[in-house]
Design a protein around this ligand. Structure first.
Ligand SMILES: O=P(O)(O)OC[C@H]1O[C@H](OP(=O)(O)OP(=O)(O)O)[C@H](O)[C@@H]1O
Ligand SMILES: O=c1cc[nH]c(=O)[nH]1
Ligand SMILES: [Mg+2]
Length: 207
């Protein structure tokens, strides 16, 4: 299992806008859209390809096509914020949805919705969620998706805490993780420090 922290000046700039508590819902979503596109570009750069025959206006030649169907799975609610950016780069991706909330006291995740496209067992599944805190929500999502037969799963989060990364590395050594930033720690309420607060609330204006 690999953990990749993307080192990119534009991502650092835009993530700082998202971290700022005075950033509006509108600008928060805009920065998230832009970061999602950059992350989609980064995580897909070595996706497997198959050779195809094509004909240019000049001659016959060999081209490429992505070898696998991509299934993008946002963890609701906040994961929805990464979908537009990923779909801009990967317009043929199918979308699965998994609804999850964290109990604010126990920090235990609860799944309340799941719907996936057919063929997930032969697809490359990209789970997206802005926040990886204890790792409980991502773990539950990965477990559910594995039960449905998926074998090729990656997890893409904006901000991760070392606690959650360690937990997932142990439980799912086969799932590669990509982050835009690895933060310092979790506080006593299970929030990432310095983090960006509650991603879902900031994205949907529900705080
Ligand atoms: O790693 P964990 O400790 O499980 O925490 C991370 C989860 O918390 C947030 O969701 P939240 O429960 O706030 O739901 P929301 O997206 O509906 O706001 C976030 O989007 C992750 O799904
Ligand atoms: O810091 C955190 C931790 C979990 N979920 C969030 O939205 N933010
Ligand atoms: Mg939330």
């Amino acid at each position: 299992m690999s953990v990749t922290i993307i080192d990119h000046s534009l991502i650092k700039h835009k993530l700082s806008i998202m971290r700022n508590k005075d950033t509006s819902t509108y600008l928060f979503k805009q920065a998230l859209d832009e970061i999602a596109m950059l992350m989609a570009y980064e995580v897909s750069k070595n996706f497997p390809l198959k050779l195809i025959d094509i004909e240019t206006p000049v001659c016959k030649t060999t081209g490429y096509e992505l070898a696998e169907q991509i299934v993008l799975v946002p963890i609701l609610r906040a994961g929805i914020g990464l979908v537009d950016g990923f779909r801009t780069i990967m317009p043929n991706a199918k979308i699965g949805h998994i609804g999850m909330y964290r109990d604010e006291e126990t920090l235990e995740p609860h799944e309340y919705y799941a719907r996936f496209p057919k063929g997930i067992e032969n697809s490359k599944v990209i789970i997206v969620d802005p926040m990886l805190a204890t790792g409980g929500s991502a773990d539950m999502a990965i477990e559910d998706i594995k039960k449905r037969g998926a074998k090729d799963i990656i997890l893409v989060c904006l901000v991760g805490a070392p606690e959650g990364v360690k937990f997932l590395q142990k439980k799912h050594p086969d799932v590669d993780i990509t982050l835009a930033a690895l933060d310092d720690h979790l506080n006593e309420n299970g929030y990432i420090v310095p983090g960006l607060g509650d991603a879902g609330d900031r994205l949907f204006g529900t705080d």
